[in-house]
Design a protein around this ligand. Structure first.
Ligand code: SAH
Length: 346
Protein backbone atom coordinates (compact mmCIF):
# COMPACT_ATOMS: atom_id res chain seq x y z
CA UNK A 1 0.00 0.00 0.00
CA UNK A 2 2.40 2.65 -1.09
CA UNK A 3 0.83 3.86 -4.30
CA UNK A 4 0.69 7.59 -4.12
CA UNK A 5 -2.75 7.78 -5.72
CA UNK A 6 -4.30 6.63 -2.44
CA UNK A 7 -6.06 9.49 -0.79
CA UNK A 8 -5.23 9.35 2.91
CA UNK A 9 -8.95 9.79 3.59
CA UNK A 10 -9.75 6.41 2.02
CA UNK A 11 -7.42 4.50 4.36
CA UNK A 12 -9.00 2.66 7.29
CA UNK A 13 -7.64 2.87 10.82
CA UNK A 14 -6.52 -0.74 10.51
CA UNK A 15 -4.53 -0.02 7.39
CA UNK A 16 -3.01 3.06 9.02
CA UNK A 17 -2.00 0.92 12.00
CA UNK A 18 -0.16 -1.45 9.70
CA UNK A 19 1.45 1.39 7.82
CA UNK A 20 2.89 3.16 10.87
CA UNK A 21 4.03 -0.03 12.58
CA UNK A 22 5.67 -1.36 9.39
CA UNK A 23 7.56 1.91 9.21
CA UNK A 24 8.74 1.63 12.81
CA UNK A 25 6.54 4.29 14.34
CA UNK A 26 4.52 3.56 17.48
CA UNK A 27 0.96 2.39 16.83
CA UNK A 28 -0.69 5.39 18.56
CA UNK A 29 0.53 7.58 15.68
CA UNK A 30 -2.14 6.00 13.45
CA UNK A 31 -4.96 7.22 15.74
CA UNK A 32 -3.45 10.69 15.68
CA UNK A 33 -3.43 10.67 11.87
CA UNK A 34 -6.94 9.25 11.81
CA UNK A 35 -8.17 12.02 14.12
CA UNK A 36 -6.60 14.74 12.02
CA UNK A 37 -8.46 13.43 9.00
CA UNK A 38 -11.76 12.45 10.51
CA UNK A 39 -12.20 14.89 13.38
CA UNK A 40 -10.25 17.95 12.28
CA UNK A 41 -10.64 17.70 8.49
CA UNK A 42 -7.10 18.89 7.82
CA UNK A 43 -6.34 19.68 4.21
CA UNK A 44 -2.60 18.93 4.20
CA UNK A 45 -0.07 16.70 5.94
CA UNK A 46 1.77 19.74 7.31
CA UNK A 47 -1.30 20.59 9.36
CA UNK A 48 -0.89 17.37 11.41
CA UNK A 49 1.10 19.32 13.95
CA UNK A 50 1.59 16.66 16.62
CA UNK A 51 3.40 14.26 14.28
CA UNK A 52 7.17 14.09 13.95
CA UNK A 53 8.54 15.66 10.80
CA UNK A 54 9.84 12.29 9.59
CA UNK A 55 6.36 10.76 9.72
CA UNK A 56 4.86 13.74 7.90
CA UNK A 57 7.45 13.30 5.15
CA UNK A 58 6.70 9.58 4.95
CA UNK A 59 2.98 10.29 4.61
CA UNK A 60 3.69 12.78 1.83
CA UNK A 61 5.63 10.17 -0.10
CA UNK A 62 2.99 7.49 0.27
CA UNK A 63 -0.34 9.26 0.22
CA UNK A 64 -2.00 12.36 -1.04
CA UNK A 65 -5.15 14.43 -0.81
CA UNK A 66 -7.07 13.92 -4.05
CA UNK A 67 -9.18 17.05 -3.94
CA UNK A 68 -11.78 17.65 -6.64
CA UNK A 69 -12.18 21.03 -8.41
CA UNK A 70 -15.01 22.83 -10.11
CA UNK A 71 -14.08 23.00 -13.78
CA UNK A 72 -17.12 24.78 -15.16
CA UNK A 73 -20.33 26.40 -14.07
CA UNK A 74 -23.53 27.11 -16.03
CA UNK A 75 -26.42 29.23 -14.83
CA UNK A 76 -30.00 28.65 -15.93
CA UNK A 77 -32.59 31.37 -16.54
CA UNK A 78 -34.36 30.00 -13.45
CA UNK A 79 -31.15 30.42 -11.33
CA UNK A 80 -30.41 26.70 -11.17
CA UNK A 81 -26.66 26.13 -11.48
CA UNK A 82 -24.86 23.16 -12.94
CA UNK A 83 -21.24 22.42 -12.08
CA UNK A 84 -18.76 20.12 -13.73
CA UNK A 85 -16.47 18.70 -11.09
CA UNK A 86 -13.08 17.44 -12.12
CA UNK A 87 -11.78 14.51 -10.09
CA UNK A 88 -8.09 13.85 -9.43
CA UNK A 89 -7.91 11.46 -12.41
CA UNK A 90 -9.47 14.10 -14.72
CA UNK A 91 -12.83 12.32 -14.94
CA UNK A 92 -15.83 14.59 -14.58
CA UNK A 93 -19.11 14.36 -12.70
CA UNK A 94 -21.87 16.92 -12.51
CA UNK A 95 -23.74 18.47 -9.58
CA UNK A 96 -26.67 20.83 -9.62
CA UNK A 97 -27.85 23.50 -7.17
CA UNK A 98 -31.56 24.21 -7.26
CA UNK A 99 -32.71 27.30 -5.30
CA UNK A 100 -36.33 27.64 -4.28
CA UNK A 101 -37.40 30.28 -1.75
CA UNK A 102 -35.22 29.81 1.33
CA UNK A 103 -34.15 26.37 0.24
CA UNK A 104 -31.24 25.24 -1.88
CA UNK A 105 -31.21 21.61 -2.96
CA UNK A 106 -27.95 20.04 -4.06
CA UNK A 107 -28.32 17.22 -6.56
CA UNK A 108 -25.18 15.10 -6.32
CA UNK A 109 -23.58 12.27 -8.29
CA UNK A 110 -22.51 8.92 -6.88
CA UNK A 111 -20.73 7.38 -9.88
CA UNK A 112 -18.86 8.58 -12.95
CA UNK A 113 -21.40 7.63 -15.63
CA UNK A 114 -23.92 4.89 -14.91
CA UNK A 115 -24.08 1.15 -15.47
CA UNK A 116 -27.86 1.02 -15.74
CA UNK A 117 -29.66 1.31 -19.05
CA UNK A 118 -32.75 3.48 -18.50
CA UNK A 119 -33.58 4.25 -22.13
CA UNK A 120 -34.91 7.75 -21.39
CA UNK A 121 -31.93 9.01 -19.38
CA UNK A 122 -28.95 10.84 -20.89
CA UNK A 123 -26.58 9.65 -18.15
CA UNK A 124 -27.18 6.02 -19.13
CA UNK A 125 -25.56 6.76 -22.50
CA UNK A 126 -22.24 7.35 -20.71
CA UNK A 127 -20.65 4.13 -19.62
CA UNK A 128 -19.88 3.73 -15.96
CA UNK A 129 -16.21 4.64 -15.53
CA UNK A 130 -15.96 4.13 -11.79
CA UNK A 131 -17.55 4.65 -8.40
CA UNK A 132 -16.93 7.85 -6.52
CA UNK A 133 -15.00 7.41 -3.27
CA UNK A 134 -16.75 8.62 -0.14
CA UNK A 135 -14.35 11.56 0.19
CA UNK A 136 -15.13 12.54 -3.43
CA UNK A 137 -18.86 12.64 -2.70
CA UNK A 138 -18.06 14.54 0.49
CA UNK A 139 -15.86 17.06 -1.39
CA UNK A 140 -18.56 17.46 -4.03
CA UNK A 141 -21.11 18.44 -1.38
CA UNK A 142 -18.65 20.74 0.41
CA UNK A 143 -17.89 22.49 -2.91
CA UNK A 144 -21.62 22.83 -3.60
CA UNK A 145 -22.20 24.23 -0.13
CA UNK A 146 -19.57 26.91 -0.67
CA UNK A 147 -21.15 27.81 -4.01
CA UNK A 148 -24.59 27.89 -2.44
CA UNK A 149 -23.43 30.38 0.21
CA UNK A 150 -21.63 32.53 -2.38
CA UNK A 151 -24.43 32.55 -4.95
CA UNK A 152 -27.63 32.31 -2.93
CA UNK A 153 -26.39 33.58 0.46
CA UNK A 154 -27.35 30.42 2.30
CA UNK A 155 -26.08 26.94 2.84
CA UNK A 156 -27.51 23.85 1.19
CA UNK A 157 -30.77 22.89 2.88
CA UNK A 158 -31.41 19.57 1.12
CA UNK A 159 -29.34 16.92 -0.63
CA UNK A 160 -30.69 14.52 -3.24
CA UNK A 161 -28.66 11.64 -4.66
CA UNK A 162 -30.24 12.14 -8.07
CA UNK A 163 -27.22 13.12 -10.12
CA UNK A 164 -25.15 10.72 -12.16
CA UNK A 165 -25.02 7.08 -11.19
CA UNK A 166 -26.92 4.54 -9.16
CA UNK A 167 -26.17 5.18 -5.47
CA UNK A 168 -27.11 1.66 -4.39
CA UNK A 169 -24.42 0.24 -6.66
CA UNK A 170 -21.88 2.29 -4.68
CA UNK A 171 -23.47 1.66 -1.32
CA UNK A 172 -20.58 1.80 1.15
CA UNK A 173 -19.12 5.01 -0.23
CA UNK A 174 -22.52 6.72 -0.38
CA UNK A 175 -23.32 5.74 3.22
CA UNK A 176 -19.88 6.86 4.43
CA UNK A 177 -20.25 10.19 2.65
CA UNK A 178 -23.65 10.74 4.27
CA UNK A 179 -22.16 9.93 7.67
CA UNK A 180 -19.40 12.47 7.05
CA UNK A 181 -21.62 15.21 5.67
CA UNK A 182 -24.14 14.96 8.52
CA UNK A 183 -21.34 15.15 11.13
CA UNK A 184 -19.77 18.31 12.53
CA UNK A 185 -16.89 17.51 10.20
CA UNK A 186 -19.30 18.16 7.29
CA UNK A 187 -22.22 20.59 7.20
CA UNK A 188 -24.26 19.04 10.02
CA UNK A 189 -27.28 18.68 7.77
CA UNK A 190 -30.02 16.45 9.15
CA UNK A 191 -30.58 13.03 7.61
CA UNK A 192 -34.22 14.06 7.17
CA UNK A 193 -33.09 16.54 4.52
CA UNK A 194 -31.29 13.89 2.48
CA UNK A 195 -32.95 11.71 -0.16
CA UNK A 196 -31.37 8.78 -1.92
CA UNK A 197 -32.96 7.90 -5.25
CA UNK A 198 -32.60 4.42 -6.69
CA UNK A 199 -33.96 2.70 -9.73
CA UNK A 200 -34.75 -0.19 -7.43
CA UNK A 201 -31.99 -2.56 -6.33
CA UNK A 202 -34.10 -4.64 -3.92
CA UNK A 203 -31.26 -6.45 -2.15
CA UNK A 204 -29.68 -3.13 -1.23
CA UNK A 205 -33.00 -1.63 -0.09
CA UNK A 206 -33.26 -4.48 2.40
CA UNK A 207 -29.69 -3.85 3.51
CA UNK A 208 -30.41 -0.14 4.00
CA UNK A 209 -33.43 -0.96 6.14
CA UNK A 210 -31.32 -3.39 8.20
CA UNK A 211 -28.59 -0.77 8.55
CA UNK A 212 -31.21 1.52 10.06
CA UNK A 213 -30.37 4.50 7.85
CA UNK A 214 -32.19 7.73 8.67
CA UNK A 215 -32.44 9.45 5.30
CA UNK A 216 -35.35 9.33 2.81
CA UNK A 217 -35.80 6.86 0.01
CA UNK A 218 -37.11 7.59 -3.49
CA UNK A 219 -37.69 4.97 -6.18
CA UNK A 220 -37.57 5.70 -9.91
CA UNK A 221 -40.58 3.57 -10.73
CA UNK A 222 -42.00 4.99 -13.98
CA UNK A 223 -44.16 1.93 -14.49
CA UNK A 224 -45.80 -0.54 -12.13
CA UNK A 225 -46.17 -3.10 -14.92
CA UNK A 226 -43.23 -5.44 -15.36
CA UNK A 227 -43.43 -5.77 -19.16
CA UNK A 228 -43.36 -1.98 -19.61
CA UNK A 229 -40.55 -1.56 -17.13
CA UNK A 230 -38.53 -4.20 -18.99
CA UNK A 231 -38.76 -2.07 -22.11
CA UNK A 232 -37.88 1.31 -20.63
CA UNK A 233 -35.42 0.07 -17.97
CA UNK A 234 -34.10 -3.22 -19.37
CA UNK A 235 -31.91 -3.96 -16.33
CA UNK A 236 -35.11 -4.38 -14.33
CA UNK A 237 -35.59 -7.85 -15.85
CA UNK A 238 -32.97 -8.86 -13.27
CA UNK A 239 -34.60 -6.76 -10.54
CA UNK A 240 -38.30 -7.66 -10.86
CA UNK A 241 -41.08 -5.49 -9.47
CA UNK A 242 -42.32 -8.32 -7.22
CA UNK A 243 -38.99 -8.25 -5.34
CA UNK A 244 -38.85 -4.47 -5.36
CA UNK A 245 -42.28 -4.26 -3.72
CA UNK A 246 -41.34 -6.83 -1.09
CA UNK A 247 -38.17 -4.90 -0.29
CA UNK A 248 -40.18 -1.67 0.06
CA UNK A 249 -42.68 -3.32 2.38
CA UNK A 250 -39.71 -4.45 4.44
CA UNK A 251 -38.24 -0.92 4.35
CA UNK A 252 -41.51 0.50 5.72
CA UNK A 253 -41.84 -2.20 8.38
CA UNK A 254 -38.33 -1.42 9.64
CA UNK A 255 -38.16 2.36 9.24
CA UNK A 256 -41.81 3.47 9.36
CA UNK A 257 -40.94 5.96 6.65
CA UNK A 258 -42.92 6.35 3.43
CA UNK A 259 -41.08 6.03 0.14
CA UNK A 260 -41.49 8.44 -2.76
CA UNK A 261 -42.20 6.98 -6.18
CA UNK A 262 -40.76 9.07 -9.02
CA UNK A 263 -42.84 8.67 -12.11
CA UNK A 264 -42.60 9.97 -15.68
CA UNK A 265 -45.56 9.79 -18.04
CA UNK A 266 -44.91 9.28 -21.76
CA UNK A 267 -47.04 9.20 -24.82
CA UNK A 268 -48.07 5.66 -25.79
CA UNK A 269 -45.99 4.06 -23.01
CA UNK A 270 -47.80 4.51 -19.71
CA UNK A 271 -50.57 7.02 -20.49
CA UNK A 272 -53.51 4.66 -19.93
CA UNK A 273 -55.78 3.48 -17.12
CA UNK A 274 -54.11 0.09 -16.89
CA UNK A 275 -50.86 1.77 -15.83
CA UNK A 276 -52.63 4.13 -13.45
CA UNK A 277 -54.44 1.24 -11.76
CA UNK A 278 -51.23 -0.75 -11.44
CA UNK A 279 -49.56 2.23 -9.75
CA UNK A 280 -52.49 2.69 -7.37
CA UNK A 281 -52.25 -1.00 -6.44
CA UNK A 282 -48.56 -0.68 -5.54
CA UNK A 283 -49.18 2.52 -3.55
CA UNK A 284 -51.81 0.70 -1.54
CA UNK A 285 -49.35 -2.04 -0.66
CA UNK A 286 -46.39 0.24 0.08
CA UNK A 287 -46.99 3.39 2.18
CA UNK A 288 -45.83 6.00 -0.28
CA UNK A 289 -46.32 9.23 -2.12
CA UNK A 290 -45.92 9.88 -5.83
CA UNK A 291 -43.91 12.59 -7.57
CA UNK A 292 -44.97 12.99 -11.17
CA UNK A 293 -41.79 14.32 -12.78
CA UNK A 294 -41.85 16.29 -15.98
CA UNK A 295 -40.00 14.43 -18.75
CA UNK A 296 -37.01 16.29 -20.15
CA UNK A 297 -36.44 15.37 -23.74
CA UNK A 298 -33.18 13.66 -24.62
CA UNK A 299 -34.04 13.68 -28.33
CA UNK A 300 -35.06 10.06 -28.56
CA UNK A 301 -38.14 9.71 -30.78
CA UNK A 302 -39.44 6.79 -28.70
CA UNK A 303 -40.09 9.09 -25.76
CA UNK A 304 -42.32 12.12 -25.65
CA UNK A 305 -44.10 13.79 -22.78
CA UNK A 306 -47.71 12.61 -22.37
CA UNK A 307 -50.60 14.95 -22.83
CA UNK A 308 -51.44 17.12 -19.79
CA UNK A 309 -54.79 15.28 -19.67
CA UNK A 310 -52.99 12.11 -18.60
CA UNK A 311 -50.97 13.90 -15.95
CA UNK A 312 -54.31 15.07 -14.53
CA UNK A 313 -55.82 11.59 -14.81
CA UNK A 314 -52.92 10.21 -12.79
CA UNK A 315 -53.23 12.99 -10.20
CA UNK A 316 -56.99 12.64 -9.82
CA UNK A 317 -57.12 8.87 -9.62
CA UNK A 318 -54.24 8.73 -7.14
CA UNK A 319 -55.98 11.36 -5.00
CA UNK A 320 -59.34 9.52 -5.20
CA UNK A 321 -57.48 6.52 -3.82
CA UNK A 322 -55.98 8.61 -1.01
CA UNK A 323 -52.45 8.45 -2.36
CA UNK A 324 -50.66 11.76 -2.05
CA UNK A 325 -49.29 12.89 -5.38
CA UNK A 326 -47.75 16.03 -6.77
CA UNK A 327 -46.21 17.32 -9.97
CA UNK A 328 -42.52 18.21 -9.98
CA UNK A 329 -41.74 20.78 -12.61
CA UNK A 330 -38.31 20.66 -14.12
CA UNK A 331 -35.58 23.14 -13.31
CA UNK A 332 -32.48 24.06 -15.27
CA UNK A 333 -33.64 22.56 -18.57
CA UNK A 334 -31.93 25.26 -20.68
CA UNK A 335 -28.51 24.21 -19.37
CA UNK A 336 -29.18 20.44 -19.42
CA UNK A 337 -29.23 20.39 -15.63
CA UNK A 338 -32.65 18.82 -15.18
CA UNK A 339 -33.39 15.21 -14.14
CA UNK A 340 -31.96 12.73 -16.59
CA UNK A 341 -30.04 15.33 -18.60
CA UNK A 342 -26.63 15.08 -16.92
CA UNK A 343 -24.27 13.95 -19.64
CA UNK A 344 -21.16 16.10 -19.33
CA UNK A 345 -22.16 18.61 -22.01
CA UNK A 346 -20.54 21.94 -21.26
N1 SAH B 1 -29.99 6.05 -10.59
C1 SAH B 1 -30.79 6.71 -9.62
C2 SAH B 1 -30.37 8.14 -9.46
C3 SAH B 1 -30.61 9.03 -10.66
S1 SAH B 1 -31.94 10.01 -10.23
C4 SAH B 1 -32.25 6.57 -9.98
O1 SAH B 1 -32.54 6.07 -11.06
O2 SAH B 1 -33.11 6.88 -9.17
C5 SAH B 1 -32.44 10.72 -11.64
C6 SAH B 1 -33.97 10.74 -11.71
O3 SAH B 1 -34.32 11.38 -12.94
C7 SAH B 1 -34.57 9.36 -11.74
O4 SAH B 1 -35.82 9.33 -11.14
C8 SAH B 1 -34.69 9.14 -13.22
O5 SAH B 1 -35.58 8.12 -13.53
C9 SAH B 1 -35.15 10.50 -13.67
N2 SAH B 1 -34.90 10.74 -15.10
C10 SAH B 1 -34.05 10.09 -15.91
N3 SAH B 1 -34.13 10.59 -17.16
C11 SAH B 1 -35.04 11.56 -17.13
C12 SAH B 1 -35.54 12.47 -18.11
N4 SAH B 1 -35.10 12.44 -19.36
N5 SAH B 1 -36.46 13.37 -17.71
C13 SAH B 1 -36.87 13.42 -16.43
N6 SAH B 1 -36.44 12.60 -15.48
C14 SAH B 1 -35.54 11.67 -15.82
Amino acid sequence: MSTKVHDIRSISLNELNKFVVNNNFPKYRSSQIFNWINKCSVKSFDDMTNLPKSLIELLKVNFRFNFSKISSKQISVDSTMKFAIKLHDKLIVESVLIPSGDRVTACVSSQVGCSLDCEFCATSKLSRMRNLESYEIFDQIMLMNKQSIENYTHAISNIVFMGMGEPLLNYNNVINSINLITSDHGIEISNKKITLSTSGISKMIIKMADDNVKFNLAISLHSAIQSTRNKIMPFSKSFPLSQLIKSLEYWYKKTKRKVTFEYLIWNGINDDFEHINALVKICKRVPSKVNLIEYNSIDDPRFSKADELWVNNYLNILKENKVSASIRRSRGKDIQAACGQLANKH
